[in-house]
Design a binder for this molecule. Sequence first.
Ligand code: NAD
Length: 369
Amino acid sequence: MYRVTLIPGDGIGREVSLAAKRCIDATGVKIMWEEQIAGEEAIAKYGTVLPGQVLDSIRKNKVAIKGPIITPIGKGFKSVNVQLRKALDLYACVRPCKLIKGVKTRYTNIDLVVVRENTEDLYTGIEFSQGLKRTNDLIKYLEEQSGISIKTDSAIGIKPISISASRRIVKFAFDYAVKNNRRKVTAVHKANIMKETDGLFLKCARETAEEYKGKIEFEDRIVDNMCMQLVQKPELYDVLVLPNLYGDILSDLCAGLIGGLGIAPGANIGDNMVLFEAVHGSAPKYMGLNKVNPAAMILSGALMLRYLREEKAADMLEKATSEIIAEGKYVTYDLKKDRNDPTAVGTSEMADVIIERLKKINASERLKV
Ligand code: NAD
């Protein structure tokens, strides 16, 4: 019996999390779920978006799965997602993007893995509001130190990139490539412009790559060029490793390549803890409509089963999900050719047919034994 922390999340979070939980349970793997609330629900109940018991539960269980959580733009609370990743040092965000048969896309051959650094870069949240005295003092200091003038009506954000975090994430990407029989790691950066920050990331990537010479190929790409290359010839790429912000943006781009956010799973990984979650956010406009695709959360659940070394259950869950998607009949609106197709099913109904298929696959596997 495994103990897993389950954070349902905001918006569509509860709907997709419940669907994923039902599918994971249907594999027969015994899990004791410890539900913890974070985000808007937690504000109402505990007056904070991230109550201490959520972190305690993940630290204790070492494995968690979470639905998306809203982060208001501009003002409001700090992102729960960023806080969780930093507090638990879940430094590697891994997002496999593999084409599933039956999904309508412009491509025929995509099998990419995005490895995003999760703890630093512009996500550190060190920002100085426009118009404050301390911001004006900082502007003066920066002008003195750099000799570059800054508009006095600016807000300032800080981008820390460290040797330790860069080496750690690139090493993670190479180790992932070795373990998963991948052939190449591409480091993505903007070192031509950000010579110090991205330059340091690239230097660390090049140095780390030396340790894997002869085993895994290495190359680097400038992030804007990488976007174009991914759209034009994604089949040339394999494992991508990126600092936090580029990783965030390219994750959605790669999700788009394989048919959208509805089917893109992910994991936030630390040295001894893992938090699984879909790439997508809380899509508030669809909240409570039983409309969105649960597959991204279900496939995140399959990643979780694999992490727990329940390979057979993970294979079955992935197989059942991909078969239902490939058949294209009992799928949510986003997987239909026409998004207004009245035959699209809801979130819970799609989970139901995946569970039915899972049972069939399980029964036929048992017959083989
Ligand atoms: P989003 O991913 O929530 O949704 C963008 C669009 O993608 C939706 O309108 C919908 O058309 C589509 N989509 C997303 N999930 C889908 C699904 N399961 N099935 C079908 N279609 C789906 O992005 P957003 O609107 O930019 O962000 C909404 C909120 O989510 C924001 O507050 C943001 O900060 C937050 N967010 C949270 C996470 C997380 O918890 N890890 C990740 C990204 C965004």
